[in-house]
Design a protein around this ligand. Structure first.
Ligand SMILES: [Zn+2]
Ligand SMILES: [Zn+2]
Length: 275
């Protein structure tokens, strides 16, 4: 099972960090989690295109996590050799978001259907709205859905994937909570979006101060990882983006976790089979 942090950025634009998106490859399955800014470019860099995905799974509908879903939809449609279903999984509200996305794309879809006789009537999409406790399966990878706490944004979800002896939790945004602890417990790896509260507190901006109460700090992610006994903690959605040379500070903040902490640039990956 290979986990690739396609985009390690956040809503804050950065020249080198795409928006939140993570690719998990296990067996024959390729699963994409969230579709932030630049996701299709980063997928290509990871050796994949949207038509190769078994499914796209959304943790929540905040714009930084879904703003390039439209590009996934269009590129999946026009690159599939024949009309093929794109599966999209997400919390309640995902169906509405996908329908509105398709409405926004309707003019382009019309152009392409008119020009290419083999594209069918437009993107074929199957949306599955899930809730905590649901189980899914994609290409031999089992997926368990868990609730996260990113209030006032609701509902928000994390996903635990298992294949063979490897498992990973893609947690999305949120603060530590008992349902996240249950989801992560005993997993091999845990991917958590994080903020540096020590730095964000220094910025006199009301909107930035507001984000402190619904994201895990680095220390909180480390504590969750330690309680769960995972081997690897992967940090992503890095706010603010790490300054060159500041990586030791991030690792120091995560020192409450005794396993391996992975913090890196876009396309940083970990193969759980090589641990
Ligand atoms: Zn969010
Ligand atoms: Zn976010």
């Amino acid at each position: 099972m290979k986990i690739t942090l396609l985009g390690t950025g956040s809503p804050i634009p950065h020249p080198l960090r795409a928006g939140p998106a993570t690719l998990v490859e296990a067996g024959t399955a390729k699963l994409l989690f969230d579709a932030g800014r630049g996701v299709v470019i980063r997928l290509a860099a990871a050796g994949a295109v949207p038509s190769m995905l078994n499914a796209v799974l959304l943790t929540h509908l905040h714009s930084d996590h879904v703003c390039d879903l439209n590009d996934i939809v269009t590129t999946h449609w026009i690159m599939s050799p024949e009309p093929t279903v794109l599966r999209i999984v997400g919390p309640l509200g995902t169906r509405n978001f996908v329908e509105l996305t398709l409405a926004a794309l309707a003019t382009d879809v019309g152009y392409r259907v008119h020009h290419h006789g083999d594209l069918g009537e437009g993107p074929k999409i199957e949306v599955t709205e899930v809730r905590a406790g649901d189980h899914l399966e994609f290409g031999g990878v089992s997926v368990v859905v868990g609730a996260t706490d990113h209030r006032p944004v609701e509902p928000t979800l994390g996903y635990r994937l298992s294949e063979g002896s490897s498992s990973v939790v893609i947690a999305g945004d949120g603060v530590p909570c008992s349902t996240l602890d249950e989801l992560v417990d005993g997993a091999t790896a845990y991917v958590q979006t994080v903020i540096r509260d020590d730095l964000v507190r220094l910025i006199p901006n009301r909107r930035l101060q507001d984000i402190l109460d619904y994201h895990s700090t680095v220390a909180q992610a480390a504590a969750t990882a330690e309680r769960a006994g995972v081997q690897v903690l992967m940090l992503t959605h890095l706010v603010p983006p790490p300054m060159p040379g500041s990586e030791p500070e991030w690792h120091e903040l995560a020192s409450g976790f005794s396993g391996r902490v992975v913090l890196g640039d876009d396309l940083t990956s970990v193969d759980l089979g090589e641990l």
